[in-house]
Structure formats: C-alpha cells, structure tokens
Design a protein around this ligand. Structure first.
Ligand code: ADP
Length: 395
C-alpha cells in the first residue's frame, strides 16, 4: 500500500489540511476549518469532486481536528486505511535553529515556542496545531517544516541588517525570509522542467500571492530573499507595504500621533495594493484599471516596478540570470503582471512570448521564446506536496 502524509497548516483561527500521496504527487483529500473559537464556524472537506460542508461552532483547534477526522471516517478516504506514515506541519518561524525539516519532540516544541516573539501571529498557532494533532495521531511521527528553513543559510551579507550589532544580536534581528518551502520547490521544479542541472543555475523565483516574495537561488542554494525579519519587507503585497523607509514610522508616530500598534496594522493590513487602490485582488484591480481608475493604474505600476527592481537586483547579486519563475495566485494566473514584470529587461536576456504567456496556468510552462538567454517559466507551487515529501524524507 502506498504511504500517505497528512499535512497540517494551523493558523490562529483556522486549520488547513491535506492528505497527500507523496510518491504520486497527488492530494487524496483536503479541507479547511474556519472561524475556530467564534460562534459560527465552518468545516469544508473535499475528496475528489465531492465537497462536504459543516456549519458548526468549533470551540478550539482540538475540536476542529476531531471534526476533520470524523469527516474522513464518514466521507472518506478512511484515515485508518490510508497508511498515514507521518503528519507534516507547516511552521512559519524556525529562526536560526532549523535549515530543514525536523521530527517533533519536546525540545522542538520548546524552540518553536521560544521563537514566538519573532512570529507572534503564527508560531503559537502552529504550536497549537502540532499539540492537538499529536494527541489525535499519537502513533505516527510528526515533522515540522519551517517557512524559513530554505533561507537559514543565507550568506551573511544578505541576511545581516546594517544595525548596531549588539542590538541586532540581543534581539535576534536578521533576515529570516518566508515562503521558503515554495521557493525551494519552485526553483527545483523549474530546473527539472528545463532538464538542467540545478547546481549550474541562477534562478529568481517570484512567489506572488496575497503575500509576495522574491528569492535569488544560485546552484540550488538561496542567496537572497525579499522578506526579512518578518513577512512585511520586500515586494508590494495585497495589503502589506513591502519595502518602505523605516523613518515613515517615526514620522507617523510624531506627526500623526499613531501608536506602534496602529502603524503595525496600517503597514500589514491597510497598505499594499489595498491601500493604494482599495482592492487587494488583482482581478478586481484590472477591472478598475480598465474602467479608467487612475489610482488603480498607479497601484499596478508600483506593484510591477517593484518586481522589475528585484529581478534586476537579484541578477546583480548572482552575477547573472538563467531562470525566472513565477508562482502562486498572481504569478500563475495573471499574464498582465507577468508581462509587465519583465518589461524592459531584454538587456538581461529576459523576454517572454505573448502567446505562450497568455492565460492562466494550471501546469508548469516555459513562456520565454525558444533560444532566449533566460528561461522564463510559470511553475504552480505546491507547498503541501513539498511538506509531505520533506516529512517522509525525515523518517
Ligand atoms: P495566499 O496563499 O498568499 O493567500 P494565493 O497564492 O492564493 O495567496 O493568491 C491569491 C491572489 O491571487 C488573489 O488575491 C489574486 O490577487 C490572485 N489571483 C487569483 N486568481 C487570479 C486570476 N485569475 N487572475 C489574476 N489574479 C488572480
């Protein structure tokens, strides 16, 4: 019987899960528990074409996972018969501790907890998910897969902020990155698709979802990435500023009388495309642009300007560029953004073929013209599959 891995991504009020067949690269079932701890919760379980929904209050993560296991029993596939050999957990912050997946034990739990100040919204929620899953599935190994692991060994020049060294050291201020599982998966897949040796490639990955990040991957190793101490730095995102002069914080605190918490909320939730244009979904943004909305036009231009800037910067960091890969919701689906992101980059050898680029991509595809110096691809990301494979490799 084929081995399967249950992948769990636990948020503060949600649990996403997927039962994965790592060898086949397929999901046997997937689902989502939403609004945990609220009066009206919801569980959606999908198996093949069949979707089962439950509207019910979910008191806590433990109850959420119990509902999920009962849905597996009732709707299938049966977890008892699925030969689950491991549970893989997505964990956001692994700090300086982990450069790969690790089997969960008490020490690992304590470390994830200790790192919570660096990811206050995520690590405590990830920890809760691991704890309840270990109680429900006590007989299989649990493996933590960190969003930061791929960037753990960034060169010091890319990872170090030009901040007073003692302060940086004492408060663990450095570039940790995020979306690492996706950047690793996509850069590796791109080389496979091209039939080229990863060790010889200089790749830029643009992971463009609601959160967005860029990475520079040289010879299979990450050498730079746009997210920093937190996922706020770098590209323009759905609701986050990305790069901004830190003095904007001082300016707003002194002149607008805003508190640190208010500025945190402004930068993380009310900025980016949403702050510039009123919408954070690219589909709605294109509608506004088409209707002649000038703020939407500027917003889209700011978004793609930042992309071009990072592609150029990372080509410089790596001493050249061989592969450019687009992924995640925007990267896979938005041909306008892809075309605009490479506009004017012919000098780097970056070109895309408008016909190959047209439309949404469900499968990986090369979109640069034959013979182009840089291979440009769309590679759908699959973090659950990557987590499942890493968990399995850890056994
Ligand atoms: P995350 O995982 O960060 O929440 P996703 O990778 O799922 O985000 O990406 C979600 C975003 O993808 C949406 O906010 C939207 O901007 C974009 N998106 C999804 N479908 C399309 C589409 N057909 N065309 C353009 N953009 C799309």
């Amino acid at each position: 019987m084929t081995d399967t891995v249950l992948v769990i991504n636990s948020g503060s009020s949600s649990i996403k899960y997927q039962l994965v067949d790592p060898a086949a690269g397929t999901a046997l079932a997937s689902g989502l528990v939403e609004r945990i701890g609220e009066p009206a919760g919801r569980v959606v379980h999908k198996q093949g074409a069949q979707t089962t929904e439950r509207e019910t209050a979910v008191a806590d993560h433990g109850e959420g996972l119990r509902i999920v296991t009962s849905l597996f029993d009732e709707v299938g596939p049966s977890l008892a018969e699925a030969n689950v050999v491991a549970v893989g957990h997505r964990v956001v912050m692994g700090g300086r501790y982990y450069d790969g997946p690790v089997r969960v034990d008490e020490d690992v739990l304590a470390t994830i907890e200790r790192l919570s100040p660096l990811a206050p919204l995520h690590n405590p929620a990830n920890l809760t998910g691991i704890r309840v899953a270990r109680e429900l599935f006590p007989d299989v190994p649990h493996v933590a897969v960190f969003d930061t692991a791929f960037f753990r060994n960034l060169p010091d020049d890319a990872a170090t902020y030009a901040l007073d060294r003692e302060v940086a050291e004492q408060y663990s201020v450095r570039r940790y990155g995020a979306h690492g599982t996706s950047h690793q998966y996509v850069s590796t897949r791109a080389a496979e698709i091209l039939g080229r040796d990863l060790a010889e490639l200089r790749t830029v990955v643009l992971h463009l979802g609601n959160g967005a990040s860029a990475s520079a991957v040289k010879g299979g190793h990450a050498v730079d990435t746009s997210m920093g101490l937190t996922p706020l730095e770098g590209l323009v995102m759905g609701t986050r500023t990305g790069d901004i002069d830190p003095a904007v914080v001082f300016h707003l605190a002194r002149n607008a009388g805003m508190s640190i918490d208010e500025i945190d909320d402004l930068f993380n939730k009310r900025s980016g495309l949403k702050g510039l244009t009123g919408v954070n979904d690219l589909r709605e943004l294109h509608d506004l642009v088409a209707a002649g909305d000038s703020a939407a036009r500027v917003g889209l231009d700011v978004y793609t300007h930042r992309l071009r800037k990072y592609i150029g910067a990372y080509a410089a960091v790596m001493g050249g560029l061989d592969v450019l890969a687009f992924t995640a919701g925007v990267g896979e689906n938005d041909d306008v953004v892809r075309a605009d992101a490479v506009r004017g980059l012919e000098f780097l050898g970056v070109q895309i073929d408008p016909e190959l680029n047209a439309g949404r991509m469900k499968e990986a595809k090369v979109i640069s013209p034959a013979g182009a110096r840089v291979a440009v691809l769309v590679v759908p990301t699959n973090e659950e599959l990557a987590i499942a494979r890493q968990a399995l490799a850890q056994l």
